[in-house]
Design a protein around this ligand. Structure first.
Ligand SMILES: O=C(O)c1ccccc1N[C@@H]1O[C@H](COP(=O)(O)O)[C@@H](O)[C@H]1O
Length: 206
């Protein structure tokens, strides 16, 4: 089966135009998290979503969101909600879009909440969006349970093939690894190299 691809941390419509709809499945935008250099406003997110083709699922990336923020995200037209940090009890009841539950792995085997309404789990390094990786071997038991999960954290065109070989994620997620070295923003050459590396890994494993 083809490994899905998510490109995260878009900050402009120009970057959105770099994503080929037949190869990229999800696009992420960081909202309501001013600590991130990729944080954007809802207005900017709307501009970006106008450029993205309908086949690419628009993902709102959040940390401990409030009900009001989830409402604004849904009104803006996002398809999916990615939640890092605290997940308030009322959010799953109130949210009308699927939830990706992010787990920031802090050095040991992650414990996951097995709520039936969770669409997918996303395993990331301890600090989200840091470009740092973690020990993928701690995901072996999750892989073995056949659960749908997303691998994130420090992926780039040169390690994503090995990541796919080791943990067989349903989707791989990248942000820092497809950004320019010397300036802010996504690099279309690195995005294409990432897509090619995923394709190559899938071909080898089929
Ligand atoms: O990108 C951020 O700054 C960010 C902020 C808050 C929550 C999540 C964030 N990014 C997520 O981190 C992973 C991996 O990123 P990277 O490839 O290691 O840079 C990805 O899911 C981003 O959505």
């Amino acid at each position: 089966m083809r490994t899905r691809i998510k490109i995260c941390g878009l900050t402009s419509p120009e970057e959105a135009a770099f994503l080929p709809s037949n190869q990229v499945d999800y696009a992420g935008m960081v909202l309501f998290y001013p600590k991130s250099r990729r944080n954007i406003t809802i207005e900017k997110a709307r501009e970006i979503m106008e450029v993205l083709p309908p086949e690419i699922k628009k993902t709102a990336v959040t940390v401990s969101p409030t009900s009001e923020q989830v409402k604004l995200i849904e009104e803006a037209g996002f398809d999916v909600l990615q939640i890092h940090g605290h997940l308030a009890e009322e959010i799953p009841e109130e949210a009308d879009i699927p939830i990706i539950r992010a787990v920031n792995v802090k050095g040991r085997v992650p414990v996951i909440e097995s709520y039936p309404w969770i669409f997918a789990y996303l395993f990331d390094a301890a600090a989200p969006g840091s470009g740092k990786s973690f020990d993928w071997s701690c995901l072996a038991h999750i892989s073995a349970q056949g659960r749908k999960f997303i691998l994130a954290g420090g992926l780039h065109p040169f390690n994503v093939g090995e990541a796919i070989r080791q943990v067989h994620p349903w989707m791989v997620d990248v942000s820092s690894g497809v950004e320019y070295d010397d300036k802010q923003g996504k690099d279309p050459v690195k995005i294409q190299a990432f897509i090619e590396a995923v394709k190559e890994a899938d071909e080898k494993s089929s």
